[in-house]
Design a protein around this ligand. Structure first.
Ligand code: HEM
Length: 236
């Protein structure tokens, strides 16, 4: 409450509040305090854990594929010193972005899209009665042998621009598709690549678990027991 009051005071004194999400929401005409709160909770719930999981899996997969990790490190070493504005990083770092996207193929943070049929319907040769639960599973689609070459392998080059352009829109759905597509998709791609580049610029992450992490779905796809990592500083 006090924090909120302080923030509202700041917001009424232009220049004193940080230009962050909360300030922008407070400045929106017509939002009630409880709508501001709902938006913040959504941002944290839908937007924090998803991106965090994607980052964790990316670092794990890169640690298991030293050649791929080196490609990302080489890109960062060559390009980051000249890229002072992180807003440019998503477009300027295709190899880093590709690693992040390939990790979300194998471990989509939201592995199922769940719906209930409003009325009787037919999908392909399947009858869908009204009230039926319908699950569209990015987890399965992203690993389908008819859609992907060597689906079980972590091959980020699939997502380099010239290859990515060939993917079908319905083949890769980490953010869903259609009217309910993730509103945070562009934001999290940008956030993910900036975070990954910032971490991997100076640090190296090595998985030290004794066996492959076991993925479980608890809303997001998470490694049971976490991802124990040894973090070392990269030679400059
Ligand atoms: C890597 C990060 C993220 C992933 C993988 C992800 C994934 C998804 C997916 C798959 C959906 C569609 C769910 C469905 O169709 O049932 C969705 C919807 C949504 N996401 Fe994200 N999301 C991410 C980041 C974010 C961020 C940063 C925000 C915060 C702004 C956010 C807010 C939302 C909201 C509000 C919806 C519901 C949209 C609607 O129904 O109209 N997400 N997300």
């Amino acid at each position: 409450d006090t924090a909120e009051r302080r923030r509202r005071q700041m917001a009424s004194d232009p220049g004193s509040a940080p230009r962050d999400l909360l300030t922008l929401l407070l400045e929106c005409e017509g939002l009630t305090p409880s709508e501001v709160e709902d938006n913040l909770i959504t941002f944290i719930g839908a937007g924090h854990e998803t991106t965090a999981r994607a980052l964790g899996w990316t670092l794990y997969l890169l640690s298991q594929a030293p050649g791929e990790r080196e490609k990302v490190e080489r890109e960062l070493d060559a390009l980051l010193p000249g890229l002072t504005d992180p807003l440019d990083w998503l477009e300027a770092l295709p190899q880093t972005r590709a690693a992040f996207e390939e990790a979300m193929r194998l471990y989509p943070p939201a592995p199922s899209l769940n719906r209930m049929a409003l009325e009787d319907d037919r999908v392909g040769d399947l009858d869908v009665p009204a009230g039926a639960s319908v699950l569209v599973m990015p987890w399965l689609i992203h690993r389908h042998e008819r859609l992907w070459e060597r689906p079980g392998h972590f091959l980020p080059d699939r997502f380099l621009p010239e290859n990515r352009a060939k993917l079908d829109r319905y083949q890769y759905l980490p953010f869903g598709v259609g009217p309910r597509v993730c509103i945070g998709a562009s934001f999290s791609m940008q956030e993910g690549v900036i975070a990954l580049a910032s971490l991997m610029r100076h640090l190296r992450f090595d998985y030290v678990g004794t066996r492959a992490p076991h993925p479980v779905q608890k809303i997001t796809v998470q490694p049971r027991g976490g991802l124990p990592m040894r973090i070392s500083r990269r030679a400059d």
